[in-house]
Write a protein that binds this ligand. Sequence first.
Ligand code: SAH
Ligand code: SF4
Length: 438
Amino acid sequence: MILLDTAPIEKTALERYVAPHKPSLIGLSRAQLAEALAALGVPERERKMRIQQLWHWIYVRGATSFDVMSSVSKGLRAQLDAHYTLARPEVVAEQISVDGTRKWLLRLPGEVEGERPHEVECVFIPDGDRGTLCVSSQVGCTLNCSFCHTGTQRLVRNLISGEIVGQVMVARDRLEDWARIPPPKGEGGPPSVAKAGRVGSGSPSSQTPPGSPLRGSPPSPSGGGIRKITNIVMMGMGEPLYNLEHVRDALLIVADGDGIGISKRRITLSTSGVVPMIERAGKEIGCMLAISLHAVRDDLRNELVPLNRKYPIAQLLEACRNYPGASNARRITFEYVMLKGVNDSIDDAKALVRLLKGIPAKINLIPFNPWPGTRYECSDWDQIEKFSEVVFNAGYASPVRTPRGRDILAACGQLKSATEKLSARERMALRAMAMTDE
Ligand code: SAH
Ligand code: SF4
């Protein structure tokens, strides 16, 4: 039942969510921006142009204050400043892994009565020309997959669109990944460079400077520069299809060619299998799809991904066959976490390729990332190779995802916001596990 799939979280924490006194414009659609401008008395004939200007300053230049918007009249800037902000989530901690992966712990604006400020994690994974940002869709997750650390977090609420786009904004701030282009003729100078916010001291990231030398790939369609964040994966905390509307609104902003401009082919949404929402995701977002499959038999998948009891493998694969836009050029990724002695036999590999027959698929083998207290172990490397060979011989590209950022608990399934912090002892245990594993 569709209602059951979207409602339980909304009815609790989000209903009690109180937005900040002055809301941020980040995450508003063009239509919502038009409403905001109308409420400020901007005449209708001017609104389209004003929205274009705001969009450019916010999503191409990374403006953090209205002051710098030299193409916008002073009067309107003052009005905007009186009613809105351009605040992003606040960076409360930044960790950089030995492999260059960066993880940010972000405190969300607004509050939920009677609760501490909510926090999520967001991870940047640089890899040559590609830079992937792993974005969260919920605080925690309700689904309790038995191998996933996020699923053990008690506190859960859906993120609103601005909090999802806000993660991309913060990452661009911290990576100095905003376009630095000469201002159009007639405009004032470039956005003023504010003093950098200090990380770890609770200072708002909205004070970090936009604009700086650019490197990476590929060129931004809108900004005339080279981007560091080239890909987005909805693979952070939470189940994105339990928060479809906000995830959709956020991803449409991220993909907008006049702004951040990351193409939908470079955005991947990963789901544990919320079958009734898969078609809508394809139609309403149109990004790439990844399925957390992890097992080829219902009895085992019921144990690993308990949502399987509601939507078993056959139903899930049927939804994949019908995923709008899936083709050999736009394959669906099937994620398969390698758990020693649980799902990693050669028979499992053979069954996997049989199961996916007829679906335009890629298979992504993920070495299990351990976390303190887990009952699973990562498969041995030679077993992962044997498994991968079966998959490869059946005609599938079968990249094994190299674990990244394990030392800072930033790898797949290790995210768990400091709302419930690990003890120092747990962190040490984890580091020791990661080292002996590699
Ligand atoms: N909730 C969504 C997206 C977030 S999880 C989903 O489940 O698809 C992102 C990916 O990390 C999923 O494929 C998930 O199964 C995988 N994952 C979770 N815990 C993991 C772990 N400990 N080691 C490796 N991968 C893990
Ligand atoms: Fe939630 Fe995905 Fe973790 Fe399962 S694997 S508990 S759906 S975040």
